[in-house]
Design a protein. Structure first.
Lengths: 153, 433
């Protein structure tokens, strides 16, 4: 009876030290997952629609292409879906300098290691008249932002 | 006065140049720097063309890297704004700063090569059998640590190579099943490459990985002794047709009486014939010193002749075209670029297949090879034993494939990662920075 009590007390004693130790390790590990990120927002403004010529325009700072076909706009990510390098617009296709992926003008894969098409970003016009991109939201490849004669562009 | 200096010099140096056998054995006991060696080692393990002293050369490189690395820490600032400038300062404003950085760089690249060749030597001499299998596994981990040290090292200058290597490296990590995105998040310290990323890789490079490497290095050496020395002594045993001696029983007196058991040095080389052994001091100590000096001089010469590469300041907007990894990772770059599998609507990215699964498989096979090896034990300590023809061929072919992939990546890949044969004109790609 007495021995049992000792056993339990010993178990509680050692166990609590072990638990505290594991908790300490967990806390130290948790610190590596940042709670606050000082990163640019996923929703940001570009230039005014009329600042873009027809065709493919690279916005290097935001790593995306703005594509204008008269009044219709869409935005394709310049980040290769393979391993994250910036693709370049080469006359009729996107080419990646890191591992040689090639993409059609609509972002679908021609060849190379890229596993899926380039992302298309949701695009709107902000109230003050700028193109506004939400890089966290993908849209289908028939998406077009049409800014008609009656529109505010 | 002169006599006094001479006597003092003799007092601190006698252990390195013993004048009698008695002094040789006393040196091991009395000198701290020699005490981890056995008093005697197998004569065969001193051969230059058995081991080529590649492990010693790796240790020399590790020492050079530690010393030059700590020196560089006095000048380097791990901040995204100042890192690149501090490297430029090392090159242009610090006396001999460039030399320091060059030597660190070339020693690092040399270490990747030498550690691999050391591993190849161990493989080709069947030196990982029995208890030595543990040291083989430790060695594989040390090789990995070497690669990780190199990777984290070339990220620190925060040039274009650094930025895009982190981009690609952490994107590969992201492809790991289930835990991938978490690993990428914790490596980057966020979703994007930034100050947290640099700081994390910096601490990995200057603390965690070196400590890991040093601890494992210590264990690696300790195990060499506990396993009786280099595997070549097994060859000597076999040649002398020595039956393994019965394990000596020992008697130790503990507090409670006799403790039965076997002695610690079960596999000691001291059971070799007297004529097969030599004193560690000076036979081994001088050779080690010589190897260290040679390695030091070669890296210094390389540092004098060739400058460590430094690309333009990291620029997230522009990927260099082509963006190439350092030579020892180019074969992986070739793998991730060419192993995407498409079957109908189903796609496995080359990042997963060539970046994680295939290297992981190679690593697993390499680690477990001592247990896959069924060749006879008489091959131990013998170079390219005919009984192991198939095994040796497998290792050689795998190495050759990796070398060919490296050659293709380094010499044939041009803009947009396309193949350009020698002589074929490469398009002019405007470099935007």
């Amino acid at each position: 009876m007495d021995a049992d009590r000792r056993k339990i007390l010993r178990f509680i004693g050692k166990g609590s030290v072990l638990a505290a130790f594991l908790g300490q390790i967990g806390a130290a590990g948790r610190a590596f997952f940042p709670n606050v990120l000082y990163e640019p927002p996923s929703r940001f403004k570009l230039k005014r629609p009329n600042d873009y010529p027809n065709g493919y325009t690279l916005d290097a700072a935001h790593r995306l292409f703005v594509i204008r076909q008269k009044d219709a706009f869409h935005v394709i990510s310049a980040i290769c879906t393979h391993l994250g390098c910036n693709v370049q617009w080469k006359d009729t296709e996107f080419d990646c300098p890191c591992h040689g992926s090639r993409f059609n003008p609509d972002g679908t894969v021609i060849s190379g290691p890229a596993p899926r098409p380039l992302d298309w970003f949701a695009t709107t016009v902000s109230p003050d008249g700028f193109l506004e991109v939400d890089s966290a939201t993908d849209v289908a490849r028939d998406f077009r932002l049409v800014i008609g004669g009656k529109g505010k562009a | 006065m002169g006599d006094k200096i001479k006597a003092f010099w003799r007092k601190i140096s006698w252990a390195w140049s013993p004048e009698s056998e008695r002094e040789s054995s006393e040196a091991i006991v009395k000198n701290f720097w020699l005490h981890w060696f056995p008093a005697k080692v197998a004569r065969a393990s001193m051969d230059w063309n058995y081991s080529f002293w590649l492990g010693t050369a790796s240790a020399a490189l590790l020492l050079i890297l530690t010393v030059t690395g700590v020196m560089l820490m006095f000048f380097y600032v791990p901040s995204t704004e100042r890192a690149y400038g501090s490297i430029k300062d090392l090159e242009y404003a610090v006396s001999f700063g460039r030399l320091l950085r060059n030597q660190h760089r070339w020693a690092a690249e040399g270490m990747v090569a030498i550690v691999y060749i050391h591993m190849a030597r161990v493989f080709f001499t069947s030196a990982y059998r029995g208890a030595r299998a543990i040291n083989w596994v430790v060695g594989v981990i040390l090789f990995l640590a070497t690669l990780l040290l190199s990777f984290t090292g070339y990220l620190l200058p925060w040039d274009q190579l650094a930025f895009w290597a982190i981009t690609v490296g952490t994107s590969i990590a992201k492809q790991a099943p289930l835990v991938g995105p978490t690993i990428q998040f914790i490596l980057l310290g966020g979703h994007e490459i930034g100050q947290q990323t640099l700081l994390r890789f910096y601490v990995l490079h200057v603390f965690f990985l070196p400590v890991l490497a040093l601890v494992l290095f210590g264990y690696h050496m300790w195990r060499v002794r506990k396993d009786g020395g280099l595997a070549v002594i097994e060859r000597v045993r076999n040649e002398r047709a020595m039956a393994p001696k019965a394990t000596p029983k020992t008697k130790s007196y503990s507090l409670f009486g006799l403790t039965p058991g076997t002695s610690v040095q079960v596999m000691s080389s001291t059971e070799l014939e007297e004529s097969d052994q030599v004193f560690s001091s000076p036979n081994m100590s001088r050779r080690i010193a010589l190897v260290f000096l040679i390695v030091f001089n070669i890296t210094l010469l390389a540092a004098l002749l060739f400058n460590a590469p430094l690309e333009g300041l990291a620029n997230p907007s522009v990927t260099p075209n082509p963006a190439k990894a350092p030579w020892y990772f180019v074969w992986l770059q070739e793998l991730v670029a060419s192993t995407t599998v498409r079957m109908g609507g189903f796609t496995i990215s080359g990042a997963l297949l060539g970046g994680i699964l295939l290297p992981g498989f190679l690593l697993a096979v390499l680690t477990l090879w001592p247990w896959l090896d069924r060749s006879p034990l008489r091959t131990e300590g013998r170079w390219l034993a005919p009984e192991r023809k198939r095994q040796n061929a497998t290792f050689a072919v795998a190495t050759l494939v990796i070398i060919v992939l490296i050659m293709v990546g380094v010499y044939l890949r041009g803009p947009y990662w396309r193949i350009y044969w020698p002589g074929q004109p490469r398009p002019e790609i405007p470099q935007l920075y």
